[in-house]
Ligand binder design. Structure first.
Ligand code: ADP
Length: 471
């Protein structure tokens, strides 16, 4: 179980980031070490070579000034003072015959480099070579230099000190690299965890929401810009889903509630007529009522489909240049007879044409719904005034009435589906007219607002983007 958990870690982003972080820091410190190591080694070897090389002219002048015996003594003393296991000297002829050597007991059967002698014979001043002495742990640096006619001095220096120094350097670096890698891994893990903590919170929130905590949101505080953006977008998306879900829930509740009443009425009428009805007239009345209720149901379902279609933007809109002045004037004319019958005056204050680009039938429906409400909720003796203006690229339609008005608490709700104010329940209606009007206005890039004073009247204002003439 634990092993599986550990193994599954390698698929995580945090692990990969850590791995890359530690890997990159290890590779870069290793590269830095290689550069330092080779630079140090070359400086150490270079200074040693220079030191040995400086001895050739010294012994050359000693030979020419003081002769072979003095040279021998001087070389013996030098070898003894340096330590015969660290240094040796040999004087050779150009053919490689040994004329003299210091104590060679520590140097085994160290041969003479034939190729080095060959190069000296061919004109080289000096030749360096590095050899491995079978009996010794460390290599030896050897210099051949001409110190006189047919006299070659071979100097050997053990590289023990240099190699020890570089060995210490390698060990220190190895230890430092282990520490650096561990530190790199730790810092990488820490940083990856810190960077991803916001992402984890988003995941946890999504899990909580899938378990039913729909109101849960991701905290946006103390986050990096990218995570803040992710969290904000995620929260906005959740809010949208919440609105949609609440809307759908409201709609299904409303459907259940508002469809139940007509269906119950149909059932009640039918049952009563079947049990008590005796005459043909009673059956005719039952039929008429059933048709009326069915029409009401059909109207409700069709209007709801229209609203959903307009809100979701899937309604087929037949777009054309539409003169709002004409639409409002014609609508007023259409309602005139009913208004006269009710004793309500309809005044249209429309001067010039104002065009919008839209679906004329839908727009007519929207205006008709507003006028229908104004007429419905304005008692006899009242007045309805409809006007059309243009303002800052918008066509504005006002529908004012002197009717019963809407209380301030209820104004924000009147555009909700199936919402009906208490005082208007005596009037026929299904509470979908304003929802549809608003959905149509929004589908055309516009809006509807309402202001009202109970007992004095209401004002509905439609704004739609003005169209440039004519398309
Ligand atoms: P309804 O079919 O009930 O008229 P609407 O969606 O058209 O449904 O209107 C919702 C509610 O808003 C109405 O029931 C009514 O209470 C209120 N309302 C709408 N227009 C007016 C108005 N002009 N005057 C007073 N109340 C209104």
């Amino acid at each position: 179980m634990f092993l599986r958990k550990v193994l599954s870690l390698r698929h995580t982003l945090a692990f990969r980031l850590t791995f890359w972080y530690a890997g990159v820091s290890a590779i870069s410190s290793f590269a830095a070490f290689l550069v330092c190591y080779f630079l140090t080694a070359s400086v150490i070897h270079g200074s040693m070579d220079q030191q040995i090389l400086n001895e050739i002219p010294e012994y050359s002048s000693l030979l020419s000034l003081k002769g072979m015996e003095t040279l021998k003594t001087s070389l013996m003393l030098e070898a003894a003072s340096e330590g015969v296991e660290n240094t040796f000297f040999r004087v050779l002829t150009q053919n490689g015959e040994e004329l003299f050597s210091s104590n060679m007991s520590s140097w085994g059967n160290l041969g003479i480099g034939r190729s080095a002698l060959e190069r000296l014979r061919n004109g080289a001043n000096h030749v360096f070579e590095t050899l491995t002495v079978p009996e010794k742990r460390y290599k030896v640096r050897i210099l051949y230099g001409i110190i006189g006619p047919d006299k070659i001095l071979q100097i050997g220096e053990s590289l023990e000190d240099n190699e020890r120094l570089l060995g210490v350097f390698r060990r220190i670096f190895g230890a430092t690299m282990v520490v650096l890698m561990a530190l790199g891994g730790f810092i990488g893990w820490f940083m990856a965890r810190r960077a991803l903590v916001g992402v984890e919170e988003v995941t946890e929130t999504a899990i909580d929401i899938s378990k039913g905590a729909f109101k849960r949101r991701v905290s946006v505080k103390d986050r990096s810009a990218e995570i803040k953006k992710l969290a904000t977008t995620f929260n906005v998306m959740l809010d949208q889903i919440d609105i949609l879900v609440t809307g759908m829930r409201e709609m299904t509740d409303n459907i259940a509630h508002d469809l139940r009443s007509p269906i119950t009425r149909i059932r009640g009428i039918t049952e009563m007529t079947l049990t008590t009805g005796k005459s043909m007239d009673e059956y005719k009345t039952m039929g008429t009522s059933t048709i009326e209720e069915c029409d009401r149901l059909l109207k409700m379902v069709n209007t709801m489909l229209e609203i959903s279609g307009a809100e979701a933007g899937v309604s087929q809109l037949t777009m054309e240049n539409t003169d709002m002045a004409r639409v409002v004037r014609e609508a007023c004319e259409l309602f005139q007879p009913s208004a006269e019958e009710k004793g309500v005056a309809i005044i249209s204050e429309i001067s010039e044409s104002s065009f919008v680009y839209g679906d004329i039938q839908k727009i007519q429906r929207m205006v008709a719904n507003l006028l229908d409400n104004a007429l419905k909720y304005t008692p006899s003796g009242g007045t309805i005034t409809a006007s059309v203006n243009t303002n800052k690229g918008q066509v504005v339609v006002f529908v004012n009435d002197t009717g019963i008005g809407i209380s301030q608490d209820e104004v924000p709700n009147i555009f909700r589906r199936f919402y009906r104010c208490d005082q208007s329940r005596s009037q026929a209606g299904i509470g979908l007219g304003l929802s549809l009007a608003l959905a149509i206005a929004r589908a055309h890039g516009g809006d509807i607002t309402a202001t009202s004073h109970p007992g004095k009247g209401s004002q509905f204002v439609v704004t739609l983007p003005q169209s440039s003439l004519p398309r």
